[in-house]
Design a protein around this ligand. Sequence first.
Ligand code: SD4
Length: 303
Amino acid sequence: AAAGAIILSTWDFGAAANAAAFARMRAGGSLIDAVEAGGMVPEADPNNHSVGYSGYPDRDGHVTLDAVIMDDAGGVGAVAALENTTHAISVARRVMERTPHTMLVGEGATTFAREQGFPQEKLLTPEAEKAWRDWLKTSKYQPEANSENRITRTPGGALDHDTIGLLARTLDGRMAGACTTSGMAFKMRGRVGDSPQVGSGLYVKAGVGGATSTGLGEEVTRVAGSARVVASMRAGATPQKACEDVVRHIAKLRGDAIRGVQVGFLALDPHGNVGAYCLLPGFTYAVTDASGTTSIRKARSLF
Ligand code: SD4
């Protein structure tokens, strides 16, 4: 299935996720297998504080995960505010495949994951707990552009990681996507971002294309960002133009309220055309082509 494949994911750390997704496709896996395998990479990474295990907690000290997985034929599964399970993307897939629902949240999602046999573990690592305790000293909720969850790291350092959104396509134009995150560091308890919400953090439509987002989720949810990108593509826009249109729309709608805020979109069409655009400089993404070669690219920005 890897022939003609393209895999696209948010941020430079997407390269490792793309490699896992590509390997899964080459081994005969489906698109859903591939995007799930990709999402699992940062989820398990103890150095990534914005996805899965070792994610930064909410302001009460709970690590809560959001994830969604989607194929191009209306298959959707999502979890929000999931606790104690590292692989939120796999739980989202189980929601899609084994329940009559599209999303489970909070305690229900956590119980479902446990009943499905997912290992139960403490997701808050000593390092993330320390960052949270340091944050409590000021308790100032002020997300930082391009590393929304950075609190203790060096600016531009190798550990600047955020939400992962993945889009994958096979040669015959079929597509799937996944998005997984621990959300904004030190968010309010119960806060759900754009990432697990179909149409905001991810949207995929057969014959048209897919889109995914990263950055300050509220600014994406407000406009159902990823659905909007795909709707533009359906109306004839290229993936690039569709990403630019939604970013401009957010900027116009929000004016001064989005000063210093990052939001980025990626899009992919069934022919393999790629689009990327963001509010502020600094949003990178990883593209893996059919040969398995990955390049890291810088998205153009509005400001
Ligand atoms: C959220 N969009 O929960 C996510 C966070 C993110 O880069 O993408 N950070 O709002």
